[in-house]
Design a protein around this ligand. Structure first.
Ligand SMILES: C[S@@+](CC[C@H](N)C(=O)[O-])C[C@H]1O[C@@H](n2cnc3c(N)ncnc32)[C@H](O)[C@@H]1O
Length: 241
């Protein structure tokens, strides 16, 4: 019989619409590694890519920063330039955990408990990052945010983003989703937990094909865009102004 996983059961006990609430925040770092393939590596890749855009005196914006794990990896690069990082999230608990995690880092880090959709304008920047926030935004919301990111970026600045996408065909969507469930089972989540999470996400996610996702980057006038990560229905890309 499959071993009951305490972490997973706490997450999947949340019924209805998925929320990044206090229960989720407390177990987020472990849960996300059980739920997303190559999560640590994705964060490491983003930190590595960031190094090229951490200009002196720039501000880095992390949209949907959760517990600040990616910010920690960026700081651990030990880039000596002066820079500031602002992490945005709607979950106060996630940000409290991020602050605690990063309290001994002597860097200029700020956290803002805010809905990114409500931000009128970001300050000038050479780098935006966002891991898996966009699946929770619809197409129009994405469009508006992309425009604000583009307007805030200096020429040559980058937007590094990781998304969950839909496959181009129903055949692949079915295969990839089943492989995704296999992945979660291998990470010790139970069938019941996996199904509950899938149910809770039904009304929360807005997923588009790779083509439509990247089309928006193009329409937002970014000069160059390159995919740096793809694993089944997860996609990472970097766009440069
Ligand atoms: C999958 S997690 C992101 C993980 C994180 N980027 C990392 O590197 O580990 C999505 C996060 O986005 C936040 N979020 C969702 N919608 C948001 C919004 N409209 N504005 C700000 N944060 C939002 C959630 O609270 C959650 O912490």
């Amino acid at each position: 019989m499959k071993k009951k996983n305490k972490l997973g059961s706490s997450i999947s006990s949340i019924e209805g619409t998925w929320k990044f609430d206090n229960n989720v925040a407390k177990v987020f770092d472990k849960h996300v590694n059980q739920s997303i393939p190559h999560y640590h590596e994705i964060q490491n890749y983003i930190a590595s890519l960031s190094e090229w855009f951490m200009k002196d005196n720039t501000t880095i914006h992390d949209l949907g920063c959760s517990t600040g794990e990616t910010i920690k990896k960026i700081i651990n690069l030990n880039v000596t330039n002066n820079y500031k990082i602002i992490g945005y999230d709607t979950s106060r608990k996630m940000l409290d955990l991020a602050k605690k995690k990063l309290s001994n880092k002597k860097k200029n880090i700020q956290f803002k408990c805010v809905d990114v959709l409500k931000i009128k304008k970001f300050g000038k920047s050479n780098l935006f990052i966002s891991i898996l926030l966009f699946p929770f935004l619809n197409y129009n919301e994405r469009k508006k945010i992309f425009k604000k990111i583009y307007n805030s970026l200096e020429t040559g600045g980058a937007f590094i983003c990781v998304e969950k996408i839909r496959s181009n065909s129903s055949d692949f969507e079915d295969i990839f989703n089943q492989i995704y469930f296999d992945f979660k089972l291998k990470k010790n989540l139970t069938e019941k937990e996996i199904l509950k999470k899938a149910k809770s996400l039904r009304s929360s996610m807005n997923l588009y094909t790779e083509k439509k996702t990247l089309q928006l980057v193009k329409e937002s006038k970014f000069k160059n865009c390159e995919v740096f990560f793809k694993c089944f229905n997860f996609l990472g890309y970097i766009a440069i102004k």
